[in-house]
Structures are given as structure tokens and as C-alpha cells.
Design a protein around this ligand. Structure first.
Ligand code: UDX
Length: 423
């Protein structure tokens, strides 16, 4: 199939490259010329495992010319960002703009074109807002003159290509048979369950998935906080409950909480949607509340042991919101480093991939080290904030006071003192 992708961020570019790998002809659109140039030179504009290699292998081009991209393709995926607005709502301005652009091209286009929303948007957006803008701009009717669908992504950063190629399920939100047929054809090589639902249901499935996972993490963190007070190991508890098939063992790693571009933003957007419906979502709010304070527990532990932090050297290992990414959006590291600075500590940091992104936030207020070894050499106190593989070297922690936010077992062995945030 001939596919255009609007928005070449994590989701758009991974989706485009994977569709190309499956034998489709793909054009990725972005307003950022630098990004487009990089993609055409076969390098990803951000770090994602395996993406550079995939781009070198597949039939994919990038352009800033959205009109040409839509004219020369039959299916368009909207993959633009839906950042957090001032009230926690999903800011849909990029989706709106993409729809206006697509609609104005559809006006002049004769063949049937399918528009698919892949961006995470609140329930009702595709059927009401997106449809309305497309119809206005194209002067055509959705589900008749052009196709419209919602097809959420469930890609984890750092694992996105693998997640795309081996999904647990594919959710197809459609109302008309033609759109459904095209998407089923596009995904025909996938053997996982394919759920055909309405676009609004598809949107809710995406939000509910992320919200459930966020709640699961906050739940185990709350149990972890209790375990800590009781002298119990929450990881044994997690194992014990995770063996119950109704609960499952995944997403029960207690620690300093979730970050990233999805969980915090999507839970807030769902809370905001609930507010519009005059519903007070108790559990969603609680998940955020637990997550809000979880990173500070690591600083509390440090203070209890080290006393006043003013003038003391403290090393932070890991800045990315999770391993295998350079992304620091909503990362617990931000709260932790801010708290350390506010308390007057001298902060030394190291992360294998996220240093540049962190520098943009903290500038010269902290010391950026070129290796984990160098970073730990600067302080007696070491905080583990991201569970990168290279932090599993027990030698790093020899003689150190280690405060672990992510359960690195190896850190315990040679440390002078070791304490976990929830265990
Ligand atoms: C998530 C969803 O997994 C994905 O399906 C969706 O499309 C986007 O959001 P991502 O944000 O890339 O993906 O990361 P994920 O691996 O899910 O981890 C999110 C956060 O939760 C990280 O900060 C991680 O450290 C934390 N986490 C995860 C825990 O604290 N404990 C766990 O048990 C699991």
C-alpha cells in the first residue's frame, strides 16, 4: 500500500519504518526540515533501538510537503503529538492542523483515501472533532467519500520496533466496511487478535491500557511503601501476587514511579475528560498522587542517612525515565535532582544516553560525568535512578552509600550501605 504518515516522532517514524519493512511504500511528513533531512539520510532524529538500521533497509522517504505526500498515497496515518495542555487536557492543535491539511487535499482527490488517527486522543475525538474538520475542509462525507479510522499504538520506547512487529493485539476503530477492509489488509500478516470496535472505543482502549498500567505501578509502589515500613521485601510480595494469573507478574516493579511521555500525560488527559463529564475519577487521581511523591522517597532516605545535604556530593546514576532511551520527559530524575539542588547538594550525574536532553533542563547547575565510574568516584552517596544494564556492575558501588530507586540487586554486594526506596 502507499502510506503517508503525518508526524515523524517516535510513533510516526517507527510506524512508517515498520510498515515499509512489511513491503509498503511509505512517505513520512514533518514540518521540521532538519528531521526530514536526517530521515532521508537514513538516520533517526532520536534514539530508538534498531531504528537506524531499519531506516537503512526499507523503502521510506520523508518530506515537508504534506500535500504531495497525501496526493501520492492512499492511506494517511495521523501520528502527531498530543501534548499536555494547561489543565492536563490533551492539546489537539496538531491533530486539528493535520486534519485541515489532509482535508484540503482530499477535496481535490478522486480516489478513496483512508485517514487513520494513531495519535493518542480522548474518546470521541475521531468521530466528532476529526471527522468534522476533515468534512469541512474536504467538502466530502466521511465513511462514504473517504475512510476514517482510529488505530491506537501500544509501543514502548526502546522496544518500539519489536512491539510493532509482535503486538499483543491490534485495535481497529472503524465504522465503515471499506476502511475496515483496508486496515485488515494492511495488518494481514499479523497473527495476534484483531479487535474491530468503534473509533471512540478504540480511543478509550488506549487510555484505559495506559491508565491501568500506571495504576498497577502506583499500586505496587503503595504496597512497597507499606512493606518498607514493615521490613518486608515488596519484590517477594510482587512475585507472590503476580503468580495469580488474574493479576499477572508484569508492571509490578516498585520504585520511584513512572515517567515518560505517555503515562503521566494520558492519565491526566483521561482525568480531564472525566471532569468534562462531571465524573470524579478517584482511582486515576490516586495513581497520580502516589506517583507524584514517589521520587522524593529516595531523597528522604538519603537525608535520613547523610543528614543535611548542604555542600555534600551526591551522585545520580541514570536520568532517562527508563533504560534504553534518551527520553527524560517526566522522568523521576528531574524531581530528584531538583530536590538535591534545593537542599544545597553538589550533584554529579551520568546516563549512557540522556545527558544531552538533561543538559537542556539543568544547564551548568550540575556536574555531567563521562562514565558511571567517574560519577561514583565523586561522591560517597550514590542514587540509582534508572536501571541501565551498565549500572549492574557491583564494583561501582564498592564502599559507597547506595540508595536504590530501581532495585539493582548487584549494588548490594559491595556497598558500604544499601537501601531501596520500597524495600
Ligand atoms: C508506555 C506503554 O507501555 C506503551 O504501551 C504506550 O504506548 C506508551 O507508554 P513507555 O512510556 O515507553 O510505554 O514505557 P514503559 O516501559 O511502559 O514504562 C513507563 C514507566 O513506568 C517508566 O518510567 C518505568 O520505569 C515505569 N515502570 C514500569 C515502573 O516503575 N515499574 C514497572 O513495573 C514498570
Amino acid at each position: 500500500m502507499r502510506i503517508s504518515i503525518i508526524g515523524s516522532g517516535y510513533v510516526g517514524l517507527v510506524t512508517g519504518a515498520c510498515f515499509a519493512k512489511l513491503g509498503n511504500e511509505v512517505v513520512c511528513v514533518d514540518i521540521d526540515e532538519g528531521k526530514v533531512r536526517k530521515i532521508n539520510n537514513r538516520t533517526a532524529p532520536f534514539y530508538e533501538k534498531g531504528l537506524d538500521d531499519l531506516l537503512k533497509e526499507v523503502n521510506l522517504r520523508a518530506t515537508t510537503d504534506i500535500e504531495e505526500a497525501i496526493r501520492s498515497t492512499d492511506v494517511t496515518f495521523i501520528c502527531v503529538g498530543t501534548p499536555q495542555g494547561l489543565m492536563g487536557e490533551a492539546d489537539l492543535r496538531h491533530v486539528d492542523q493535520a486534519c485541515r491539511d489532509i482535508g484540503s487535499v482530499l477535496k481535490e482527490k478522486d480516489n478513496f483515501h483512508l485517514v487513520v488517527v494513531k495519535s493518542t486522543v480522548p474518546p470521541g475525538t475521531t468521530e466528532h472533532r476529526v471527522r468534522h474538520i476533515l468534512e469541512e475542509a474536504s467538502k466530502k462525507k466521511a465513511y462514504k467519500d473517504f475512510g476514517l479510522a482510529m488505530n491506537p499504538e501500544f509501543l514502548r520506547e526502546g522496544n518500539a520496533i519489536e512491539d510493532f512487529m509482535n503486538p499483543d493485539r491490534i485495535v481497529i476503530g472503524v465504522k465503515d466496511d471499506k476502511s475496515k477492509g483496508i486496515l485488515l489488509e494492511l495488518y494481514k500478516d499479523f497473527t495476534c487478535p484483531k479487535l474491530i470496535v468503534s473509533p471512540t472505543t478504540a480511543e478509550m482502549i488506549k487510555y484505559a491500557s495506559n491508565a491501568f498500567l500506571a495504576i498497577k505501578i502506583s499500586f505496587i509502589n503503595e504496597i512497597g511503601n507499606l512493606c518498607k515500613a514493615l521490613g518486608i521485601d515488596v519484590y517477594e510480595v510482587a512475585k507472590g501476587i503476580g503468580l495469580d494469573k488474574r493479576i499477572g507478574r508484569h508492571f509490578l516493579r516498585a520504585g520511584i514511579g513512572f515517567g515518560g511521555s505517555c503515562f503521566p500525560k494520558d492519565v491526566k488527559a483521561l482525568i480531564n475528560k472525566a471532569r468534562e463529564l462531571f465524573y470524579h475519577p478517584i482511582i486515576l487521581n490516586a495513581a497520580l498522587e502516589v506517583n507524584e511523591t514517589q521520587p522524593y522517597k529516595l531523597v528522604d532516605l538519603l537525608e535520613k542517612k547523610a543528614g543535611n545535604l548542604r555542600g555534600k556530593d551526591v551522585t545520580v546514576l541514570g536520568l532517562a525515565f527508563k533504560p534504553n532511551t534518551d527520553d527524560v520527559r517526566e522522568a523521576p530524575s528531574i524531581k530528584i535532582v531538583n530536590a538535591l539542588l534545593n537542599k544545597g547538594a553538589k550533584v554529579h550525574v551520568y546516563d549512557p544516553k540522556a545527558m544531552e536532553n538533561f543538559k537542556r533542563l539543568f544547564g551548568d547547575r550540575i556536574d555531567y560525568c563521562s562514565s558511571a565510574k567517574e560519577a561514583v568516584s565523586k561522591s560517597k552517596y550514590v542514587l540509582i535512578v534508572t536501571e541501565w544494564n551498565e549500572f549492574k556492575d557491583k564494583e561501582l558501588y564498592k564502599g559507597k552509600y547506595v540508595f536504590d530507586g530501581r532495585r539493582i540487586e548487584e549494588a548490594k554486594e559491595l556497598a558500604e550501605y544499601y537501601e531501596g526506596v520500597c524495600w
